[in-house]
Design a protein. Structure first.
Lengths: 388, 388
């Protein structure tokens, strides 16, 4: 049931004609309260799309009553005109949702966009689509919303994490451009827990840092990455900050796994586990360096347990370890011990989709896991043909 | 004539049976003096091959009388046994070259290796090959040496830069794993200029920083990168430090261009020129971020002037600029002005092999150029099948 699993939320997804395919491309998530606290995490790219700049302003007040999302266009690198489009979009949503005592302003509405960079959105279609989405808002509208934010995703991605008497629901999109800082995507989490803005923010940042931030499909960071967490308080239950973190983490972990399993052109889902690091940051840095090595990724595509490329990539990381102390296992075969060849590499079975790379740095006690994909002909094909 | 163009050098290249192809795989360059000053620049990878560790020690004394190089095996990640192999190689070369009053020690001999990581070298073959190389040493042996260091290179790469009465000769290998810190490779430069070790070192470091360091074919850094500069003093002429730098720079610039034009599977040679940066370091950082974006590189492969991916990659760089001030031209068409779409992208002709990306950051007056390649099916194919 996605973002509409928790109480207090309605959602919709409609086809507004923004996507040339004619598929659903406008999603709306509305928080009916009683609370409207919210937190957000955004791309750290210096080149931010208009909806990111807008939503960052909205989040400063810590209140979000609705999120409108469109696929079919990123509204990035579109200048002041693009920003005005975003503003107008938020105003339109606010006006359409204003009813009786419930008066909304544009500043209550977060906006997310995804698609090609550098083109203005067809505003007539978008605003007409918003009208339809408002009409279609429903307590079971979560799956439709999740479908409307897809771009090159092959399937909609939703999740539910259950607390005691309250829950977290979520949807995510993203299949390429998964990267540092944030795996590219739009992600909306909802909860009917009672939580103030600071508690939401702390939980969201901590959980993102250990989930979506550790996914690195192709090393590229988007202009539009946005992760939002909205709380309605409709359950009447106030979990402890730890309880809230746990469920937010569970939801993001599940959504992150779904992203990796659906990455563009990938034939492998690779879990790079770095252990015995001097610090958690070292473990992350080493894992990311391996995850970003095109030579490692092409070797994986070729079912080649090339541990030399793993060591070589690890050696570029700014981390505290000695090459002669490093052990590497691929799918449980220790093909490298003490920085040298060990078990016979022909014993490694890489025929399946799941790959587990275990790197023991022999430098401490900390650990971290980074998720990535292989680099395949499918990736090259899909990304060399995306916009032309 | 490669490394034997300057006076005072002999070289050879022979087939020792290390490469399974049976092609030439052992090269020897000998400095007959009268001087034997030298400088070296090495990979900054934490995982360094045995020959790199060895040659770094040799260079500490600033004297190199011979360089022995092998393809067919990197001797990286081979532990203390691998290091002993390198030591023994240097000893063998020194013994074979000792004649009459010319007594060489292992510490006079730099060693370079390239090929697959993680396997010990076949020492019998290597030492027998060295014997043959010593017998074949000749004043015109430069081209044969350049051929013997090739791995996936499709052609030998040599250069000559002419001073007044003295010259710089050079050879380089490297076709994949071109990257930061150093584009992977083995590179030997020779000169018959008179120059002390400090002057050589200064010239080599400055010239490398502006040439080979600015080549980034696939973002991967090798365990074996080595660039050596040997001076015989045989011309009797002592150029100024500036004159020496100019010719070393010219030689490395030419060799670097040859690397890019021969990169694995590449269909494009891409010159990323960043101008109007707040600092030269900013220009380099932005150029490198674009050069490493797989989304940009696949777009280039698809002949797609996707400036959104250029801006998006530039925005991940830690550099001082504002997105709204950035202009981008691809092959002289200004498809992005002020961070937005400008000239019609269909005007961009990407049918040729040479691509010029010009990024104006509008943030200052500094400039830098990074060279890279596209990401093609050929790259994926070649690197997923390299060792299996």
């Amino acid at each position: 049931m996605s973002v509409t699993h928790p109480k207090g939320f309605r959602a919709a997804g409609v086809a507004a004609g923004i996507k040339s395919s004619g598929g659903p491309d406008v999603a709306l998530v509305v928080n009916d309260g009683p609370d409207a606290t919210a937190a957000g995490v955004f791309t750290t790219n210096k080149v931010k799309a208009a909806p990111v700049l807008w939503s960052q302003q909205v989040l400063r007040a810590g209140i979000v009553r609705a999120v409108v999302l469109n696929s079919g266009g990123a509204n990035a690198c579109t200048g002041s005109g693009g920003f005005q489009d975003t503003h107008r979009t938020a105003e339109h949503v606010a006006a359409k949702l204003t009813k009786g005592r419930s008066v909304l302003g544009a500043a209550d509405v977060a906006v997310c966009s995804t698609g090609l960079i550098g083109e203005r959105l067809p505003m007539d279609k978008l605003l007409t689509g918003i009208n339809a989405a408002v009409r279609n808002l429903a307590r079971d509208g979560g799956p439709a919303a999740a479908e409307a934010i897809m771009t090159t995703d092959s399937r909609a991605k939703t999740t539910v994490a259950q607390g005691v008497g309250w829950s977290v629901g979520g949807m995510i999109k993203g299949a390429g451009m998964l990267a540092p800082g944030l795996a590219t995507m739009l992600c909306v989490l909802t909860t009917d827990a009672v939580a103030d803005q600071e508690t939401l923010d702390t939980a969201l940042r901590a959980a993102t840092a250990r989930t979506l931030d550790r996914i690195d499909s192709d090393g590229c960071m988007s202009t539009n990455d946005t992760v939002l967490l909205l709380a309605s308080g409709a359950s009447g239950i106030q979990p402890t900050p730890e309880e809230l973190y746990e469920q937010v983490h569970a939801a993001l972990d599940d959504l992150g796994r779904q992203l990796i399993s659906d990455a563009e052109g990938a034939t492998k889902e690779i879990r790079i586990e770095v252990r015995a690091a001097a610090s958690e940051a070292d473990a992350v840095t080493v894992g990311r360096a391996v995850a970003r090595s095109n030579l490692f990724k092409t070797a994986m595509f070729g079912n080649d347990p090339n541990w030399g490329r793993i060591l070589s990539a690890a050696g570029t990381a700014d981390a505290d370890f000695v090459a002669d102390n490093v052990d590497v296992a691929v799918n449980d075969v220790w093909i490298c011990k003490g920085g040298q060849a060990a078990d016979d590499r022909s014993k490694v079975d890489l025929s399946g989709r799941d790959v587990h790379v275990l790197i023991d740095l022999g430098a401490g006690e900390e650990t971290a896991t980074i998720w990535t994909n292989d680099l395949s002909h499918g990736y090259v094909h899909e990304n060399s043909a995306y916009s032309t």
